[in-house]
Design a binder for this molecule. Structure first.
Ligand code: GRF
Length: 212
């Protein structure tokens, strides 16, 4: 399988994916695409000897045209948004319908968008986490594939919560990519399900695995 990872900044999720690849837990060929030529993530791609490309983000139409050309040229099967800080156009999403996944640092549908940890703490929720979902034309609204949770304690602040959730992200995203590689994710009645590895029946990922 050929997967393009879209990044914009720090790249810690990218690193978790490339580490999993190095350890043999993932088998895909990856390329990295950034809309920020200065993204630290590009150095991570370089360190892992992964092909990487950066395009100026504006105008968005030109950015997307260049990216689509590259994706076709490289025969990309799936796109993983790993800290990609731009909203893809409806037309772009249509080209890769049900083949784009995103990681979001909250338990969707709670707290879509930005400033999620601040809003979670202000709202006083007791649990938060991260969500991997398919991307559709609405931001953070595509079908949910998997989630991982953590509790929020009274002394957590934005920074400590972000750290806890980032640790979960680094486990959940490679896990979902591995399910994609094994063709175990399917959508039925508008919901994503994971097939059981052994007998093909629907499997309920054990969220305890990710609980911290
Ligand atoms: C992560 O929290 C991810 O959920 C969000 O953006 C952040 C990216 O972090 N979409 P990194 O660039 O992977 O370190």
């Amino acid at each position: 399988m050929k997967i393009a990872i879209f990044v914009s900044g720090r790249g810690s999720n990218l690193e978790a994916i490339l580490k999993a690849r190095k350890q043999g837990l993932l088998t895909s060929d990856f390329i990295v695409i950034s809309n920020n030529p200065k993204a630290k993530a590009l150095h991570i791609a370089q360190t892992y000897n992964v092909e990487h490309y950066a395009f100026e983000p504006k105008p968005k139409k030109i950015f997307e045209e260049k990216v689509l050309l590259l994706l076709k040229e490289k025969h990309i099967d799936y796109i993983v948004l790993a800290g990609f800080m731009a909203i893809l156009s409806k037309e772009f999403v249509k080209e890769y319908e049900k083949r784009i996944i995103n990681i979001h640092p909250s338990l969707l549908p709670s707290f879509p968008g930005i400033d999620v940890h601040k809003r979670a703490i202000e709202r006083g929720v007791k649990f938060s986490g991260c969500t991997v979902h398919f991307v559709n034309e609405h931001v953070d609204e595509g079908c949910i594939i998997a989630q991982a949770i953590t509790s929020i304690s009274y002394d957590d602040d934005e920074e400590s919560l972000a750290k806890k959730i980032l640790n979960l992200e680094h486990k959940l995203l490679p896990q979902v990519i591995s399910w994609l590689e094994q063709d175990r994710i399917y959508i039925k009645d508008g919901k994503a399900h994971i097939k059981d590895e052994k007998n093909g029946s629907t499997f309920n990922p054990d969220i305890e695995v990710f609980n911290e």
